[in-house]
Design a protein around this ligand. Structure first.
Ligand code: MD5
Ligand code: FE
Length: 203
């Protein structure tokens, strides 16, 4: 249930499964207070992935650029707090991959529907690239693209399904990555979507 993709990236198959009910309940609370929305890229495109955040910092994009913000631009209020079950899961996953003391202050919540993709990019808006990123996949399956240090490097395809957790640290932290367009599918608890929780240390 644990695979090393390359130095730094660890896949923990079904790691989140034991807590799926508590995670989904907490998620309903978050999306009730800070609804999922399609943000606009600096280039003016509407993202096909719907997003929201919890924790002290939330990742946002609009015409002025990408950034972390302590308030939800849609409401002007702080983002919902990070639920204890989220924090505990992220810390346990990080520890399993060798990162003790991971203290995420940001959780980006991505919701994909069939046909939706995330094009190749790097995560570079965080202050500290030494901290890992922990990502939790829920709902319908996706094929993750795990690339190299350069955009031109041919990505590996990594299938991710409900409950899988990946810890991206060390040399994997700054690799190019994306998600291929999702196939039509339904998950018994999550329905028509893939949800990804991305835990980061933003500040
Ligand atoms: C997803 N989300 O499946 C992914 C999970 C994002 C995003 O990419 O930016 O919202 S995070 C995957 C990730 C993070 C940091 C490094 C690497 C992958 N990597 O080195 O491949 O919705
Ligand atoms: Fe990313």
């Amino acid at each position: 249930w644990c695979e090393q993709l390359c130095t730094g990236a660890v896949v923990l198959r079904r790691f989140a499964l034991a807590h799926e009910a508590a995670i989904l309940t907490a998620l309903d609370g978050i999306t009730g207070a800070a609804p999922l929305r399609h943000m606009i890229t600096p280039g003016g495109f509407r993202m096909s992935v719907a997003m929201t955040n919890c924790g002290r910092y939330g990742w946002v994009t609009d015409r002025t650029g990408y950034r972390y913000d302590t308030t939800d631009p849609a409401s002007g209020k702080p983002w919902p707090g990070m639920p204890e079950v989220f924090l505990a899961l992220a810390q346990a996953a990080a520890s399993s991959a060798g990162f003790d003391g991971f203290t995420p202050d940001a959780c980006l919540i991505n919701r994909y529907e069939p046909g939706t993709r995330l094009s190749l990019h790097q995560d570079r808006n965080e202050r500290d690239f030494d901290a890992p990123i922990v990502s939790v996949s829920l709902g319908i399956p996706a094929v993750f693209q795990f690339g190299g240090a350069r955009r031109e490097d041919k990505p590996m395809r990594v299938p991710l399904t409900h409950g899988d957790v990946v810890v991206w640290g060390g040399p994997a932290r700054l690799r190019y990555h994306g998600v291929l367009p999702l196939k039509e599918a339904t998950h018994p608890l999550v329905g028509h979507h893939r949800i990804n929780l991305t835990f980061r240390k933003a500040a």
